[in-house]
Design a protein around this ligand. Sequence first.
Ligand SMILES: [Zn+2]
Length: 307
Amino acid sequence: MTGGPARGLAALLAAGLLLGTGACGPKPAASSDQPLKVAATFSVVGDLVRVIGGEHVALTVLAGPGVDAHAFIPTAGDAAALAKAAVVVENGLGFETWLDDLYTAADSQATRVAAADGIAPRAGTGEETGEADPHVWHSATNAMAMARNIKAALAAADPANAAAYQTNTDAYLAELTALDGWIAEQVSALPAERRKLVTTHDTFGYFAQRYGFEVLGSLLPTSTEGASPSAQQVAALAQAVKAADVPAIFGENIGANGLLNQVAAEAGVKLVATLFTDALGAPGSGGETYVDMMRANVTTIVAALGS
Ligand SMILES: [Zn+2]
């Protein structure tokens, strides 16, 4: 997948699909009778914007439910959404490697906001030293910080509706506080030695940190892009799973779980499919919102590791 997103953009430019977008005309601005145009890079951040923005925001989500945002390839429609947006909300911490090029190609004038701003990053794995793990949303307390950042950005771009954004945020923070407490309570049913996670890629670092799990290992590092585990890595992970005596490992909703199936077979454990990791679930999946995704994941994890 080397250069996939960049090549996709080059093709769009060559086809002339982006020419003229946003090249002239005033910066899009909100007025009291027109919703604020906001683009969110991926479904999880999009859900937070939806909740906080409510009826005052016209939202476009680029990488939708079930889509792997690490390896996302933007379309002409995504460029057009950035060209029209007044605000672009991204996760940040290097998660959206494709966004800078898209933003430039679209000649977007939107204010960029990183939802993860101010969250203490943990170190990523399998990447250059100093790169951060971007998967902050798997901790409900981090989601609270993200919600506050999004609220501040929406209020700054659309001061006329600042009170509504504050009201929506206050209600949501209460919901996230309840979610955080519920997760801790569910997890407390698991003996400490059972709190071990194996997934396709290293996405549960902040979840583990917050809720007392150990990430035993994963097939891929914190990014899925361009990575492909060797037969030796697959065998080593299977060995680690066997040695740790965990009853189950977990597939993800953003990609194929074939190799993880192989790990499970070699280790003689169950592969539980699937957790909602870097994307919300499609309608009917039970993971359509951030809160639903977290509840579904915790329910699945506790049931699988507790059995
Ligand atoms: Zn990821």
